[in-house]
Design a protein around this ligand. Sequence first.
Ligand code: NAD
Length: 382
Amino acid sequence: MRVLILGGDGYLGWPTVMDMAAKGHEVCAVDNYLRRNMAQETSSEALVPAPNLHDRAGIFRSVADKAVRVEIGDCADPQFMEALFQDFRPEAVVHYAEQPSGPYSMMGVREARRTFSNNLDATFNVIWSAIQFAPECHIIKLGTMGEYGTPNIDIEEGWLDVEHKGRSQKFLYPRQAGTLYHTTKVLDTDLLWFYVRAYGLRVTDLMQGPVYGLSTAESDMDERLLPNFHYDDIFGTVVNRFLVQAVAGIPLTVYGKGGQTRGYLNLKDTLQCVDLALKSPVDAGDLRILNQFTEQFSVNQLAGKVKQVGDRMGLNVAIKSIENPRKEPEEHYYNAAHSGLIELGLQPHYMTDDVVASMLEEVIRYKDRIDERKVLPRVKWS
Ligand SMILES: NC(=O)c1ccc[n+]([C@@H]2O[C@H](COP(=O)([O-])OP(=O)(O)OC[C@H]3O[C@@H](n4cnc5c(N)ncnc54)[C@H](O)[C@@H]3O)[C@@H](O)[C@H]2O)c1
């Protein structure tokens, strides 16, 4: 298939580009280096500098003998997107091209506006470019479990049957996100649902939890093909921060009580999920929503896991609770359905001790590059 991957230089985008090309698809990877620029502007560079997208594609070609087309451009620019769709005529679009950091979106008005306009414009342009130039294509959009927030009832897979005064209807599950970034994803879902109803688009919206891991079949072939690894408080996930803190000898910083619970998944499973979605396209006029994670952990449980494995490796890991820079419930109910992708064939890679140990070993290789100033909170909500 002709697969257009938007955000192809990102943490998830680059491994997806390689995975799809390795599977024999004709892949076009698009990026405007927004993430690299924001990382530089906020002094949040990745642990290991990555070659640019053209160079990555060149290295992948020489290592795996697979060609990937690269386009550097802004998905928020309608002319760029329309020309791209007109030329490439994608049969599937994987849309990762957004500003994905909650803390970044909460830094101030400039960062909030940038998040808002970038994310909404990119999604709007995907929708309209598809309507005009590839109406049959399957749009696979990355949403986030953070769209649901932490409601005091079970989280369903996208939809909720509501009974009201003796009548009933299925609605989008109520969403109440905790950051502006997550709120842009809620708005994306609403936009997609509107255009699915109005124009018969085919859309899969993947509500993904935080992803961890660096190893994929292709990234393991050459260290220059490694995915980006951010460990700072703005772009790094809690797993990455804990791994780096364990290696650097800094206590693992649990925000507040540490009962914040989310669904996590291995990078290998993101690749599987996107591939499964691609292989089972939805009908025209359908919005399929799948909750994309494999296990739930609280922050305290994650810290405990990293400490247990780190101690066994001689790292002597400490855990410290610090004041929570975010506004969020620190203890709450959390039980989210996630059977849709398993039914499609997902075979999960769980966060075993071996997986944690291999991530720690990877960080240890680059220990000299750790900048300790990046791992403590620099952004406070409000
Ligand atoms: N990584 C996770 O744990 C996670 C969890 C849930 C959801 N997601 C979602 O998955 C997607 C990818 O996440 P990621 O972690 O790979 O983020 P990332 O920042 O590493 O990748 C996104 C890429 O898109 C590019 N991009 C952003 N706006 C663009 C634009 N207007 N034009 C062209 N390129 C643009 C960025 O430069 C970056 O390379 C995001 O939409 C994110 O919200 C990620």
